[in-house]
Design a protein around this ligand. Structure first.
Ligand code: M6R
Length: 364
């Protein structure tokens, strides 16, 4: 049932404040100011490295997880798309935690990668939305997302719920490795608890995003830029747009622009820049300005401070609330999803059932 919404995708985008809160509730103990995981029969303190395997949107959760786990737990993290991982004979040293991320829990390549890790004798965990799925049954540690059924082929609410659980995993690894004080953990808890409100605030910009969708819908190519954990989000933005609007789109790490992609820039290529204010901001903005000097039409997605500093020459700006870097990927996912959605609607494509795609890819 789509409720009042025209498509499942839009309904699912709007469900995010509720389902992310639901998911966080099972990991965050607000009173104790702690982030916990379900009981497990191994010791997280014994983990020396992490390998995260997934496909598509779920693989971008893995990439964001790499930034978080390396930053907070100081453990090396490798991220792979499952179709590559399973055939390249990866080196899996003892002490590796193998993590799969999957909405369906049935994606053929991810399931095969999970079985490969189990055969190699390493401990596995799974961030999975369907609790009865094959992966949910086979992982050593199930870390459920509580997104509810996701019907739209384009993954939206599963993504933000996966990020919430990935954050909980990063915090638990950090504590187990002695890299996080109770005060630091309490601070993270406070920020996580603010996420649903920040998602609501992000959703309140829907009409502005819809208003500029027509301009983007006229483009042949669209580029997305981000740095740090906003880089995987740029990839997610591009995937979402191509998947449902059939417009060619690419996501790049901002610093890579001048190594090739900037050659694509002219006034016909919109550039979507994901840049919350903070330590990475100025560098991303300077990449953005290099593109603007070559005619790029920029949509800057940032907070009030970032927009004040760098929004002047943009074709459009979308203002996000100012949030902690840990929750910013969840919040910035919203405008990225809404933009893809409204562009697809403007183009008249079948948003919930895009051509050539299946919700669950159970063949390799
Ligand atoms: O069910 P899974 O999370 O394992 O699915 C992985 C990908 O097939 C999926 O995220 C796909 O990329 C989406 N259609 C993207 O919106």
């Amino acid at each position: 049932d789509k409720g009042n919404h025209r498509h499942f995708m839009l309904k699912e985008i709007y469900e995010q404040p509720v389902v992310v809160a639901q998911t966080l509730k099972s990991y965050v103990r607000s009173l104790e100011e702690q982030v916990s995981l379900p009981d497990m029969d191994f010791d997280l303190a014994g983990i020396e490295r992490v390998a995260i395997i997934a496909c598509g949107t779920a693989s971008y959760v893995g990439m964001i997880g790499k930034y978080w786990i390396e930053q907070f737990a100081r453990l090396p993290v490798e991220v792979d798309v499952a179709s590559e991982f399973r055939y390249r004979d990866p080196v899996l040293l003892p002490g590796t935690l193998g993590v799969v991320v999957s909405q369906s829990g049935e994606t053929a390549d991810t399931l095969a990668a999970l079985r490969h890790m189990k055969e190699a004798g390493i401990t596995t965990a799974g961030i999975i939305n369907v609790p009865t799925s094959s992966m949910a049954r086979e992982v050593d540690l199930l870390l459920p997302t509580h997104a509810g059924p996701e019907i739209g082929v384009a993954s939206t609410k599963a993504f933000t719920c996966q990020l919430a659980v990935m954050a909980a995993l990063a915090v638990n690894l950090a504590r187990a490795k002695g890299k996080l004080s109770p005060a630091e953990e309490a601070e993270i808890v406070h920020h996580l608890v603010e996420t649903p409100a920040a998602l609501n605030e992000a959703l309140s910009h829907d009409a502005e995003i819809e208003a500029m969708a027509h301009t983007i819908a006229a483009a042949r190519d669209v580029l997305y830029l981000g740095r740090g954990s906003d880089f995987p989000l740029a990839l997610e933005g591009a995937l979402k747009l191509k998947e449902i609007s059939y417009i060619h789109a690419e996501g790049y790490a901002s610093g890579e622009m001048k190594h090739g992609p900037i050659a694509l820039i002219d006034e016909h290529v919109p550039l979507i820049v994901l840049a919350p204010s903070g330590p990475r901001f100025e560098k991303t903005v300077s990449n953005m300005q290099e593109a603007q000097a070559r005619g790029a039409q920029v949509v800057l997605i940032s907070d009030a401070e970032g927009i004040r500093q760098a929004g002047e020459d943009a074709m459009a700006t979308i203002e996000m609330p100012k949030v902690h870097p840990l929750i910013s990927p969840l919040v910035y996912a919203v405008p990225v999803q809404l933009l893809a959605y409204h562009v697809a609607v403007a183009k008249g494509t079948d948003v919930d059932q895009p051509r050539n795609l299946a919700k669950s890819v159970t063949v390799e």
